[in-house]
Design a binder for this molecule. Sequence first.
Ligand SMILES: Cc1cc2nc3c(=O)[nH]c(=O)nc-3n(C[C@H](O)[C@H](O)[C@H](O)COP(=O)(O)OP(=O)(O)OC[C@H]3O[C@@H](n4cnc5c(N)ncnc54)[C@H](O)[C@@H]3O)c2cc1C
Length: 376
Amino acid sequence: MKVTVVGGGIMGLCAARALLKLGATVTVLDQGPLPNPLGASVDHTRALRSAYGGNTGYMRMARDARAAWRRVWSDIGADLLVETGLLVLSDGSGTWSPASRHALAAAGVPVEDIAPADLAARYPMLQAAAVADAFHVGDGGVLLAARIVEGLLGWLEANGANVHARTPVVAIDPDHAAVEVDSQGHGRWQIDADSLIVAAGPWTAKLLPALGGVARPSRQVTVYAEPPLELARAWASAPLIVMDSGSVGLYVVPPVAGYGLKFGDHRFSLAGDPDDDRTPRDGDARAVVAPAASLLRDFKRYRLGEARPCFYDVEPEERFVVAPLDGAQRSWVMTGFSGHGFKFGPLLGDMLAEAVAGRLDGAALTAWAQGFDGDA
Ligand SMILES: Cc1cc2nc3c(=O)[nH]c(=O)nc-3n(C[C@H](O)[C@H](O)[C@H](O)COP(=O)(O)OP(=O)(O)OC[C@H]3O[C@@H](n4cnc5c(N)ncnc54)[C@H](O)[C@@H]3O)c2cc1C
């Protein structure tokens, strides 16, 4: 079986790995260098958590995702998940935090409630005034994303995949699993295969305009920061932190493995184009860290690094789209990862490979990837 994969981000690479393991001949095409620093997958760190509000489908998938990562570690010869645990804070106005607590406890995950008055003693970088409710779960960690992408690329190349950077796909024919590529300087040509996977991240709607409504690019900003020296020790053993203030906005990835403390905002801008200039704008960093000012002690003494604008693709309900593109199920799309897909890359890749090989029904795959497990 010959398979073409468009996109060398975490989704394309994980699908390529799973298909190679099933014995397929795999070609990966990316428009940029590989790893592509403009892709959604390439940053130092990505969060792994199973707290998912009331969405028990993704909660369960996140737990299954851990087993899929362990298989990746065994392939690439490195364990690139740093276990930190997860601290969920809430100002009391949202439903995400109580729903997460309830779903995790019902699934048997030990949940430790922390009285706001006790927060600062346990986490000296926090101040409790803005927090009405808090809990901790051990199930949370930081994936070393850039190193994972590099590791997967190395594994694919060592195991016989044809990986082509700087090879933009300019047209696709889902019915024939064919793509037309434009290799700068060498003209255009067509690549035929038995199956095709389009995993083009925030560029998806450029290749598949019909998906424009379900895969909207969204400019998102993260900011790295250096805490004051006396808080560095507390941060070194800190958990991932998520703040529910009506909806999940601020998240904080603690410094791990030599990478910095990172602030992000899960609220979607739904604006911009992934080909836009990535220079940060005035106010970018301030907008992301604003909620941290009331949450973190001495926040004005943190040294903020440059804001880093990046793009991901958003589905209106934050549900993933892993679906056939044609009636005969020769071509597939992976999109709509809505800022929370990285942790699922290997699991999604494994499941899609099963469908490409004809061992899993396309409709069942699509429903599972949307996070519907019957009670979500
Ligand atoms: C700021 C930020 C924070 C995030 N935080 C988390 C988190 O904490 N936890 C989590 O689980 N997830 C997180 N995510 C989401 C996660 O990173 C994404 O869901 C995931 O990386 C998407 O991977 P992808 O392979 O679909 O897309 P990408 O990594 O963007 O890969 C798509 C690739 O396709 C290529 N491509 C596009 N068009 C073409 C074409 N025409 N021809 C050839 N190649 C093409 C691109 O060059 C690119 O390399 C975050 C994302 C961002 C941006």
